[in-house]
Design a protein around this ligand. Structure first.
Ligand SMILES: NC(=O)c1ccc[n+]([C@@H]2O[C@H](COP(=O)([O-])OP(=O)(O)OC[C@H]3O[C@@H](n4cnc5c(N)ncnc54)[C@H](O)[C@@H]3O)[C@@H](O)[C@H]2O)c1
Length: 450
């Protein structure tokens, strides 16, 4: 057995992948936000040679093919028929009417000089009126909204927006990425169970149907792949995950994995792989952007907290390792602190123990820029979801867990949080699409042990 897995079984036949002909439209609920404008301005800057797509696997990542001795590691974007940046066109919705130039200046993530250089393109991007409810995001009060008698009416208006944009822009394909605010915490209820109950709920204005679900429904109705960058349930309810399968549309979520949680999913698998114990992990953050303001509401924070807390539980598997992980204390805090803007600061204090139970500590102080870490994730999700659709993949795309804090997963499974397993899964999925051998990293044949 080679480390490419001689069994070739899963992989040997190349999937049919339709070529990325024509333009690709990217639809963004929350287009006036920090992540969206950093993503859009970034793509425009890269197109003009004003910056590099640092952090993007689709643009800079390579994929090894065959045995190590073959030295074949093409760029992912050359290995697979991904859409090119020059073919991407943007549109979206926001509850504030600012165009993307004004919104990028307000978000304050990118330097004004750079945003000014892109002004001609950014100011043409004006948000469409949003579907919004303050019941779901208490700390924002925008007025650039749609009105309709029922939630089904609102979904119909979004569908019209999508069709109109497709026609007017002449794009061949579309992808939607939710970059809107974090909604208040809700659990799935019977209205989310089936498409029949969900559509009845839309017609009857059921209170448990959040705005982000209405966008997801509209996307799926139009056959548009949907990714959820926030921890809201959104598309992660049975009615919509089943609908995605039925409509043959790929979906992914939830909550972009940036900042502190990215660090967690890098550190925790390392500690666990060496059977180092954990007695406590205290995480705190200060941030001062609009996201921070939204998360200042305890109900929106609860949604984020659930997303951030679940990570360790799944990675450490306390039921399988009671001596090491059955009794640790995990706390996550987010504090809204306006002077910081988007330049978040995160502290982690990690209490660990080693041989014979002797205690040790790790301190992590991450001065990150949230939207700078999120923008390349949005780009990769757009390109990979578009690829997935052209390759005939549908429903939950678990191989995109790599990008999420709370990865969506199929019935009867549990989510995979370990960043390195996620990356292996992602790359093997790409090899599988192209009929290349999967890489298991066994590697015995290099030493003639066969
Ligand atoms: N920045 C990160 O690194 C990061 C990481 C993980 C998740 N997220 C999530 O991504 C989302 C965007 O983050 P951000 O920092 O850009 O926040 P932001 O507050 O700057 O942007 C959110 C935008 O969504 C708009 N909005 C809210 N509800 C809407 C609706 N129903 N329809 C249309 N627009 C709506 C807001 O007006 C705002 O412009 C948040 O949910 C955040 O929690 C961000």
């Amino acid at each position: 057995m080679s480390d490419t897995g001689k069994k070739k079984s899963a992989s040997k036949k190349q999937k049919k992948i339709a070529p990325p002909e024509g333009k690709l439209g990217v639809l963004i609920p929350g287009i006036g936000g920090a992540v969206s404008t950093t993503f859009i301005a970034g793509v425009e800057a890269i197109k003009r040679g004003l910056g590099k797509p640092i952090g993007s696997l689709t643009q800079l990542g390579r994929i090894r093919l065959g045995k190590r001795t073959e030295k074949k590691s093409p760029l992912i974007k050359e290995f697979l028929p991904l859409a090119e940046l020059k073919d991407i066109v943007f549109a979206g919705w926001d509850i504030f009417p600012d165009n993307c130039y004004e919104a990028a200046i307000k978000a304050g993530v990118l330097e004004k000089n750079l945003v000014d250089e892109l002004k001609d393109t950014l100011q043409k991007l004006k948000p469409m009126p949003a579907v919004f409810s303050r019941k779901y995001v208490k700390n924002l009060n925008g007025k650039h909204l749609k009105s309709g008698k029922t939630k089904m009416d609102l979904a119909g208006q979004l569908i019209e927006d999508i069709k109109r944009f497709k026609k007017e822009s002449g794009v061949a394909r579309l992808v939607m990425v939710w970059c809107g605010s974090t909604e208040v915490f809700i659990r799935p209820t019977p209205v989310h169970a089936t498409m029949a109950s969900f559509e009845k709920g839309l017609r009857e204005n059921h209170p448990d149907i959040a705005p982000s679900m209405i966008y997801a429904y509209a996307a799926l109705q139009c056959g548009v792949p949907y990714a959820n960058g926030a921890p809201n349930l959104s598309v992660d309810v049975p009615a919509l995950t089943d609908f995605a399968k039925k409509k043959k549309v790929p979906i992914a979520g939830k909550d972009f994995k940036t900042g502190q949680t990215l660090m967690k999913t890098i550190l925790a698998p390392g500690l666990k792989s060496r059977m180092i114990g954990l007695s406590g992990w205290f995480s705190t953050n200060i941030l001062g952007n609009r996201d921070g303001e939204v998360l200042d509401d305890p109900n929106s924070f609860k949604t984020k907290e659930e997303s951030k807390l679940s990570v360790l539980e799944y990675m450490f598997q306390p039921d399988l390792h009671p001596d090491l992980y059955s009794n640790y204390y995990h706390k996550v805090r987010i504090n809204y602190y306006p002077p910081r803007g988007d330049a978040k600061e995160a502290w982690d204090n990690i209490d660990i123990f080693g041989w014979l139970g002797y205690p040790m500590q790790i301190k992590v102080n991450f001065l990150c820029r949230d939207s700078i870490l999120a923008a390349p994730i949005v780009l990769d999700l757009v390109l990979f979801l578009d690829l997935a659709k052209r390759a005939g993949f549908d429903g939950i795309q678990e191989w995109l867990s790599f990008y999420f804090k709370s990865p969506m997963y199929g019935k009867g499974l549990y989510p995979e949080h370990d960043l390195f397993i996620q990356l292996m899964k992602l790359k093997n999925t790409l090899r599988y699409m192209k009929g290349e051998e999967l890489i298991t990293h066994l590697g015995l044949d290099y030493y003639n042990l066969m």
